[in-house]
Design a binder for this molecule. Structure first.
Ligand SMILES: Nc1ncnc2c1ncn2[C@@H]1O[C@H](COP(=O)(O)OP(=O)(O)OP(=O)(O)O)[C@@H](O)[C@H]1O
Ligand SMILES: [Mg+2]
Length: 270
């Protein structure tokens, strides 16, 4: 399990980007980290991964405080890894297949195992047909898939997704939802940052909301999303199904299909 305990971090002396943040990955299988632009989501992730070291507080993995020695961090990042908001931050500009294999080669895995994992990861995100293409000529969405495949191939137990739907078209956003659910079913723990409320409502089960570097509230999905005051304070807007419930007087649905079925049934009865 991955935890942040009372973590604060400053980029510049005298101003905290995040303050006294505690997050516990064991509270859910897919944790949502919500906050408006500049709230501190990426800063939290960079502290979780040990890329930044907290000014105070600590990161705990499997009950042990993180060691910041290079060798220990490399080992830690084989268990906990992140899909960056911008795929250009994590691809290395070779061809697709080599790019996905890069971290595995550093892990010194046998060649056969690397081949098997790269093939499976490419199939998982539907990019097998791109395997010989140079990464720098791919579209944004294709690069994002390559970056995800690189993380999947490492077979981490915890994956951080920083704004996974940013820049994606609606059908790829849907694919992302399906992929995250599949990873949860495989037993992975996910922490997903976003301000895409409908997306988070569709995939997460426990929510943290931050605003200006501070924790506003946390709790099970429905409790948090029905807390209008907290959502407003964080300058967010509830997911559309929650708005339909709060302002349209319909029951609270988790899935859009169930909502439409309810509408059809109600209309027929009128
Ligand atoms: N490298 C940096 N140097 C100085 N300040 C930074 C740096 N990166 C982020 N900040 C500041 O820290 C705060 C939190 O930024 P962060 O990128 O963590 O927010 P975010 O919630 O990820 O936002 P977004 O939704 O736009 O990605 C902001 O005020 C930002 O300006
Ligand atoms: Mg960010």
């Amino acid at each position: 399990m991955l935890k942040l305990e009372n973590v604060s971090f400053s980029y510049r002396k005298g101003t905290s980007a995040i303050e006294n943040i505690s997050i516990d990955s064991s509270k859910g299988t897919c944790i949502g980290l919500l906050g408006e632009n500049g709230a501190g989501k990426s800063t939290i992730f960079l502290n979780m991964l040990g890329i930044y070291k907290p000014s105070s507080g600590q990161v705990i993995y499997e009950g042990t405080p993180l060691s910041y020695k290079k060798k220990d961090l490399n080992q830690f990042r084989q268990k906990v890894s992140m899909v960056f908001q911008d795929p250009d931050q994590q691809i290395f500009y070779s061809n697709v297949e080599d790019d996905i294999a890069f971290a595995l080669k550093n892990m010194e895995l046998p060649e056969e195992e690397i081949k098997k994992r790269v093939q499976a990861a490419m199939e998982e995100v539907n990019i097998t047909h791109l395997k010989d293409r140079p990464v720098h000529y791919l579209s944004y969405g294709q690069k994002k898939r390559v970056a995800i495949a690189g993380i999947l191939a490492m077979d981490c137990d915890t994956i951080l997704f920083d704004e996974p739907t940013a820049g994606l078209d609606p059908s790829m956003t849907e694919d992302m939802k399906v992929l995250l659910k599949k990873l949860v079913d495989q037993g992975k723990r996910l922490i997903v940052s976003s301000h895409d409320m409908d997306f988070i409502y569709g995939v997460c089960d426990y929510i943290y909301i931050i605003s200006q570097g501070n924790m506003v509230t946390e709790g099970d999905l429905e409790n948090v999303f029905l807390n209008e005051k907290a959502i407003q304070e964080a300058r967010l807007i509830p997911p559309s199904l929650v708005r339909a419930h709060l302002h349209g007087g319909v029951p609270l649905f988790r899935k859009e299909e169930d909502f439409y079925r309810y509408l059809q049934k109600t209309c027929k009865e009128m």
